[in-house]
Design a protein around this ligand. Structure first.
Ligand SMILES: NC(=O)C1=CN([C@@H]2O[C@H](COP(=O)(O)OP(=O)(O)OC[C@H]3O[C@@H](n4cnc5c(N)ncnc54)[C@H](OP(=O)(O)O)[C@@H]3O)[C@@H](O)[C@H]2O)C=CC1
Ligand SMILES: O=C(O)C1=N[C@H](C(=O)O)C[C@H](O)C1
Length: 250
């Protein structure tokens, strides 16, 4: 006789937001998942207590409070919200140490193409003299640079350090602060905000006589859903902190 599994109870934090709405639709349509809680700004977190997995797409100002509460309750969490510094990640690891069975997946980008773009960029990093990142988003995005751009810059910087690459050539004296973008571990990151955009990123590499551009475009928020659902299913069997989806996509 085949065993019938109970659907996994899922709650969404930030359920009325651009990503939250899309996640609710995707969870609702998945036969192995049951959407049991929709939490918006002002709702008590206790409304999500019956969930086994929470998905957080809120904002960097509230995500840490949500995470601490969920971990304390023994609820697994999948986080898409941006703004995770090394310090924040260490804080999450500290909370998880007190609750060894709980899993948290934090991913700067759930788009499969975006994950590949970051992997390809890390691979190319050592072979070029120069590399800059140009991220482009809708104008209602609260943070800049994007979490994806920050993560890509760190991966590139790490790869270049490991290969003993020299600093990038750049003789510019900025006439106006910000003209050369933000410096993330030695990698310049430029943030564009324009109506009509969703989420896009170019990584531009240059060396003698050639350039390489790696570009990814999320044209619709549905692009993030296969990654979000994968993380919801996988977090149940991955205690501790999982950063990015790379280990889930093997
Ligand atoms: N990892 C990934 O693949 C992706 C990550 N993101 C990230 O996800 C986050 C959300 O993006 P997006 O959906 O566009 O943003 P939105 O502003 O559209 O959505 C955020 C929602 O969270 C709500 N909210 C605020 N505080 C709380 C709270 N304490 N509890 C519950 N809900 C709350 C907001 O309510 P109100 O409007 O009333 O403030 C809003 O409805 C951002 O950090 C973004 O960078 C986005 C896309 C993909
Ligand atoms: O706010 C967004 O829209 C996005 N945020 C994430 C980020 O900051 O990288 C992921 C994606 O770029 C869309």
């Amino acid at each position: 006789m085949t065993e019938l599994r109970e659907p996994v109870r899922v709650g969404v934090l930030g359920a009325r937001g651009r990503m939250g709405l899309e996640v609710c639709k995707a969870v609702d349509a998945a036969p192995d998942l049951d959407l049991v809680a929709l939490i918006n700004q002002g709702d008590p977190l206790s409304g999500a207590a019956e969930a086994r997995v929470l998905v957080d797409f809120t904002n960097p100002g509230v995500v840490m409070e949500n995470l601490r509460w969920a971990i304390e309750q023994g609820i697994h969490v999948v986080v898409g919200t941006s703004g995770f510094t090394q310090e924040r990640l260490d804080q999450v690891r500290g909370w998880l140490a007190e609750k060894p069975g709980v899993g948290v997946v934090i991913a700067p980008n759930f788009g499969i193409g975006a994950i590949l773009m970051m992997q390809f960029a890390a691979r190319a990093a050592r072979w070029f003299d120069s590399v800059e990142i140009i991220e482009q988003h809708h104008p209602r995005k609260l943070d800049a640079p994007s979490g994806t751009a920050m993560h890509t810059a760190r991966l590139i910087a790490e790869a270049r350090r490991a290969a003993n690459c020299p600093p990038m050539p750049d003789a510019t004296q900025e006439e106006l602060g910000g003209a050369r973008g933000a410096d993330v571990e030695g990698v310049r990151v430029h943030a564009v905000r324009a109506a009509g955009l969703v989420a896009h990123q170019e990584v531009l590499f240059g060396t003698t006589g050639e350039t390489l551009t790696i570009r990814h475009d999320s044209l619709d928020r549905s692009s993030f859903m296969p990654g979000v659902l994968l993380a919801v299913r996988e977090v149940l069997t991955r205690p501790g902190l999982t950063l990015g989806l790379d280990d889930l996509l093997v």
